[in-house]
Design a protein around this ligand. Structure first.
Ligand code: ADP
Ligand code: ADP
Length: 211
């Protein structure tokens, strides 16, 4: 496959960001992630889109979905500039999946399966390096360099209460999206509960086989 066009699906904390970084290195595709794009624009004025709140921040801090019109515009713009891509964090409901079908064709939808208790543990222990964007975990993947360790930050929505809300939003809105791609014959599942390297080996093989 020249430049794969794929989705990475999975609950919050399943390892989408971690594996997307590997996919980008290996397959030289764009990483299109609505979560990062929204975090970089948390306070943009969306009031003209007739939304309940005036900025993405209110939705994100509660663990709710940001309105479709806002995220659809972000993805449309990003995909128009990419040949191959790994799309991470979108679509999160069936309306977004329909919108995406208008924008592009996909080679593969890759699903990372992880149990709920493990997700909570991963998310509450997640830490990020604000300088490089690298993803760490206090227990599973701490940085070796104490200088990096000192500057790590935690996302505002990675506290346990918001994590539980995000997981229930996922179950209600995004699980139907997984079923949708399964029906379309595009879905491949990977056991995301293995060690990161083992997950990566399966992810890589699955993408190569989708060619
Ligand atoms: P995670 O990587 O833990 O799944 P993300 O970084 O993808 O979380 O998303 C963080 C927040 O950004 C979500 O809780 C939601 O408020 C918002 N968001 C991200 N992607 C979307 C989307 N496709 N539709 C609506 N809201 C989104
Ligand atoms: P997502 O983008 O799906 O929300 P992340 O890639 O940010 O997930 O991973 C969530 C947390 O779990 C991070 O702290 C990351 O270091 C850790 N993590 C990712 N993959 C694994 C794995 N296979 N085993 C253990 N921890 C993992």
């Amino acid at each position: 496959m020249a430049q794969p066009r794929l989705l990475i699906l999975g609950a919050p904390g399943a390892g989408k960001g971690t594996q997307s970084a590997n996919i980008v290195d290996e397959f030289d595709v764009e990483h299109v992630t609505t979560g990062d794009a929204l975090r970089a624009n948390k306070d943009m004025d969306i009031s003209e889109m007739d939304t309940e709140y005036d900025t993405p921040r209110e939705y994100m801090d509660k663990g709710e979905l940001v309105p479709d019109a806002v995220v659809n515009a972000i993805v449309d713009e990003a995909l128009s500039q990419a040949d191959g891509f790994v799309l991470d964090g979108y679509p999160r409901n069936l309306e977004q999946a329909e919108e995406l079908a208008e924008m592009t064709e996909l080679d593969l939808a890759l699903m990372l399966d992880v149990s709920e208790e493990e997700l909570v543990h991963r998310l509450t222990g997640r830490r990020l390096d604000p300088e490089t964007g690298e993803i760490y975990h206090v227990e599973y993947n701490p940085p070796e360099d104490p200088e990096i360790e000192e500057r790590l930050v935690q996302r505002d929505d990675d506290d346990e209460e918001t994590v539980r809300e995000r997981l229930s939003v996922y179950e209600e809105n995004t699980e139907p999206v997984v079923e949708h791609y399964e029906t379309e014959g595009l879905l491949e599942r990977v056991d995301g509960e293995q060690a990161p390297d083992e997950v990566w080996a399966e992810v890589k093989e699955t993408i190569e086989n989708a060619a």
